[in-house]
Write a new protein. Structure first.
Length: 228
């Protein structure tokens, strides 16, 4: 099973740390973020599809053709500010059947990922006290995903999208326009359409640490390696 990991962005919110280093290679507890992501992946994942762009030569040099005993395939996103949906579309030609889609700057617990990949389709979720800052999940009556609303002013729930989608190549049958509000093509818009035709299970993640700013690194280290 393949895992697509978005590694292309400039990491502008992480500056000045990303001026000379791509965000996936910034370290938390002495290990690059990308290593944290890959180490949490279940054994079903045997190939990494890394979507690269900004300072990509560093990521290619670091990972090589095999990273942590998994084959690595690289795809380049030329417009790496085009959004998460644009990043996924870059990987379309190398994907086969079912795959996992992840962000390179979120640290996840392994248990939820293991549960997710055995489902036909799934999305990872976490409870948030400030859901208005995230993509908020809407559930169907049977508990499956109805859709994702990005940063709503009046959130319909406290469960948010945290990255980690189990999909297959049918996702590419769903085309969406660039978001007027965000100026990007969002994978969550594609996934919301996908969920209208497919039963997407919602898997709650017990350990999720987003690392988007320099301050987040300290928060992550306090949680993962407090003795440091």
């Amino acid at each position: 099973m393949q895992c697509v990991i978005i590694c292309a962005g400039k990491g502008t919110r992480m500056r000045p740390l990303t001026e000379h280093t791509p965000k996936p290679l910034l370290e938390v507890c002495g290990k690059p973020l990308l290593q944290h992501v890959v180490e949490a992946l279940p054994e079903e994942i045997d190939e990494l599809v890394l979507v690269v762009g900004y300072l990509q030569e560093q990521i290619r040099s670091y990972c090589g053709d095999t990273y942590l005993n998994r084959k690595v395939t690289y795809v380049e996103q030329e417009n790496f500010s085009g959004g998460t949906g644009a990043a996924l579309l870059c990987a379309q030609d190398v994907l086969r059947g079912k795959f996992l889609f992840m962000y390179a700057d979120d640290i996840h617990g392994a248990d939820a990922l293991k549960k997710a990949v055995v489902e036909e389709y799934a999305v990872l979720s976490a409870h948030s006290d400030t859901p208005e800052h995230f993509g908020v999940l809407i559930k169907n009556e049977d508990g499956t995903l109805q859709g994702i609303i990005e940063k709503p002013k009046n959130p319909p729930s406290n469960f948010i999208n945290i990255g980690g989608f189990v999909l297959d190549t049918h996702i590419f049958e769903y085309s969406v326009a660039v978001s007027d509000e965000h100026g990007e093509l969002l994978v969550t818009d594609m996934f919301t359409q996908f969920a209208q035709d497919h039963a997407v299970q919602i898997i709650e993640q017990a350990l999720w640490i987003p690392v988007g700013t320099p301050e987040d690194i300290a928060v992550a280290e306090n949680q993962l390696c407090p003795e440091k």
